[in-house]
Design a protein around this ligand. Sequence first.
Ligand code: Q0Z
Length: 286
Amino acid sequence: MPEATHVASGKVRELYALDDERLLLVASDRISTFDVVLPTEIPDKGRVLTGLSGFWFARTRHIVGNHLLALRDDGRSTECRRLEMLPLECVVRGYITGSGWKDYVATGEVCGHVLPEGLRESERLPEPIFTPSTKAQTGHDENISRDEAAELVGRERFEDVESIALDLYRFAAAHAESRGIILADTKFELGVDGDGALVLADEAFTPDSSRFWPADRYEPGGPQPSFDKQFVRDYCESVGWDKTHPGPELPEHVVVETRAKYVEAFARLTGVSFDDYVADPDVVLR
Ligand code: Q0Z
């Protein structure tokens, strides 16, 4: 078999080319918080994220096709179709938080959506909204208006993208809610295949690409605890780190608690135990 060629590095993932048509996406166990990758890894985090994406790809095929070709036996590597990626990030928000909350406080709008007055931080929106952003090569993606997004991809394509994005969010959020997890918002990427069809690519509805909140702790009026990263954030705050590189090493108890949260999210959302996934990754696709 020809060797995989390294193509790109993300903060916590690596991308390789297998041949002209196929890529290999490898999720590491690295974790980032406050935009900094920490020196300590969370064992199995990459497998949890890969398994979750596979699960969602298998269950959203009725909404849109996806890039998944195969999960490798290591549980952290996805063989996928190489696509022409759209030059925008698809973001859907069901709750008003993060940069959406900042924009709302400043202007009453998010990406051109005029929102009701008097929303509290983290409040559920009357309807989910599509709030695209640009793909920043470095630094932060920038929210753009729906008109700007339509200029980037063309009006007709934009309407399909928005409709698919909202359908995907509604499907995943309803499933997560039934398992006690609020999917506050999510970001994913669409590509176009050789036939011109839109395809869901990259990662889908993972804790790195979405905000997962424990539903039983939901209390609008301020920021919400993160389902997966809260122990890490609390520890980083407790040591007075200034949130610049390098971040602090994590103590063993924080690693163990955080790994347990990832594994719990995986089992709750997929209905499959993490051990069963490790024994046979394809179990999430069936
Ligand atoms: C995804 C990224 C990562 C660095 C390109 N199916 C696809 N076809 C074409 N391009 C991509 C995909 Cl997934 C693609 N990225 C994001 C992922 C490391 C950058 F693991 N870049």
